[in-house]
Design a protein around this ligand. Structure first.
Ligand code: SF4
Length: 281
């Protein structure tokens, strides 16, 4: 069975949670963070698709202000459309659509500024425009790449990849709290797993990865090494065994993790868990 990269990070967070989700088919009730996260992914998907179109239409002597205005108008229109499309999900978690726009727009604006600056700096350096600019652009930034490997028994969607002449850099965008140093273990594992998938799919080298903590507006770096790859392969095997063996893991040791867990009620209801277990055996 192929394991998704997000399953690896859930496993590291709490193996019991992964078992409840994947074996007993329990679903966390929709949460504000999940709805906002999936909206963000839809918009980044649009951003990915529109990048080539924007770059190819850039004409000679464009000023930075014009470029950022183009990006901003593309992205704000997309954000409004995606919010309207997801209106019922947004209401389900008691959010207001205007509030969602206000909370999401700063992240999208950051992305618009990053991309506009990347393009403008490149134009200044190489003096190329339109289709030629797109052809020569480095780094190309691509969002939401789907990755899948029979060999690694892994699949997933990486948030963003920067493509340079000498290799690829996977980037994960994360909302919520940032650790004091480095990145959370689940994020580190995600970057390592995406690096392996990217190396295989694009026959390239991945030497480093980044996690961009959106709320803190800070980027953390990680170097990829062979030990991490071994760690991922071992984790994939552990998760496959967990899903196959049907033995429910114990509660996680750190009870702080249970406080915001959407499966807490069922998880601690021994009678319900035992009924669910008997149904699968
Ligand atoms: S409530 Fe705690 S032990 Fe149960 S699944 Fe959630 S995090 Fe794991």
């Amino acid at each position: 069975m192929k394991i998704s990269v997000s399953m690896l990070s859930t496993y590291l967070f709490c193996s019991r949670k992964l078992f409840l989700q994947q074996v007993l088919a329990l679903k966390e009730p929709p949460k504000e963070s999940t709805v906002l996260g999936s909206l963000r992914h839809e918009i980044y998907d649009f951003i990915n698709q529109s990048e080539e179109k924007i770059v190819r239409t850039i004409k000679e002597k464009i000023q930075y202000n014009e470029l950022i205005t183009t990006y901003k108008s593309f992205y704000s229109k997309a954000l409004r459309e995606k919010i309207i499309k997801n209106k019922s999900k947004i209401k389900e978690v008691n959010l207001d659509i205007v509030d969602v726009f206000k909370r999401t727009w700063p992240l999208i604006l950051d992305e618009a500024e990053t991309r506009a600056k990347n393009i403008f700096d490149f134009i200044q350096k190489y003096n190329v425009y339109g289709p030629e600019l797109w052809k020569k652009l480095t780094p190309k930034i691509i969002s939401e790449i789907r990755l899948d490997s029979n060999n690694l028994q892994l699949k997933g969607i990486v948030d963003k990849v920067e493509i340079y002449e000498d290799g690829y850099v996977p980037i994960e965008l994360k909302t919520g709290k940032m650790p004091k140093q480095g990145m959370w273990p689940g994020h580190r594992i995600q970057i390592a797993a995406y690096s392996m998938l990217i190396e295989e799919k694009f026959k390239t080298n991945v030497k480093e990865g980044l996690v961009h903590y959106l709320d803190a507006k800070e980027t953390r770096h990680i170097s990829i090494n062979p030990f991490m790859k071994e760690e991922i392969m071992n984790l994939v095997k552990e998760v496959q065994d967990l899903l196959k063996n049907q033995d429910i893991p114990n509660y996680c040791e750190n009870k702080n993790k249970c406080v915001n867990c959407g499966l807490r009620e069922t998880c601690y209801n021994e009678a319900e868990v035992s009924t669910l277990l008997s149904e699968i055996k």
